[in-house]
Design a protein around this ligand. Structure first.
Ligand code: 5GP
Ligand code: ZN
Length: 115
């Protein structure tokens, strides 16, 4: 999916509303519209990177920032101590449906084993 009709680019641009949890120059975090856990927040770069497989060495700092913001979101949401899952799906077999890189932060319930 191209940048022009990317749903998450539209969220970054404010063309689609979202419940923002965190925002800075590079990143945005907002509530997932169909939460799979009591806490389910998405952390995205403001620039359009379709998948983790499209990340290049110059995205290294951005990816690091995403993880740190995810950890901060978990602290703010009160799940840092009980624990949480951070997931990046990449392409079809993973279940990725939105092709703008995003980190899921999910907590507030037992997650079970990955499958
Ligand atoms: P994926 O399966 O691509 O890793 O996850 C995409 C996530 O984006 C899903 O959990 C889905 O609920 C969420 N999502 C899709 N469209 C929207 C939207 O318009 N707003 C918000 N807040 N979340 C969305
Ligand atoms: Zn995008």
């Amino acid at each position: 999916m191209s940048e022009e009709n990317c749903i998450f680019c539209k969220i970054v641009a404010g063309q689609i509303p979202s419940q923002k949890v965190y925002e800075d120059e590079h990143l945005l975090a907002f509530e997932d519209i169909h939460p799979q856990a009591p806490v389910h927040v998405l952390v995205i770069p403001k620039t359009h990177v379709p998948t983790l497989d499209d990340a290049a060495p110059e995205h290294g700092e951005l990816l690091g920032r995403m993880m740190l913001v995810g950890a901060e979101v978990a602290r703010v949401k009160g799940v840092a101590h009980t624990g949480y899952r951070s997931i990046v799906n990449c392409r079809e077999s993973s279940g990725q449906v939105v092709f703008h890189l995003h980190l899921h932060i999910m907590g507030g319930r037992a997650m079970g084993k990955m499958g």
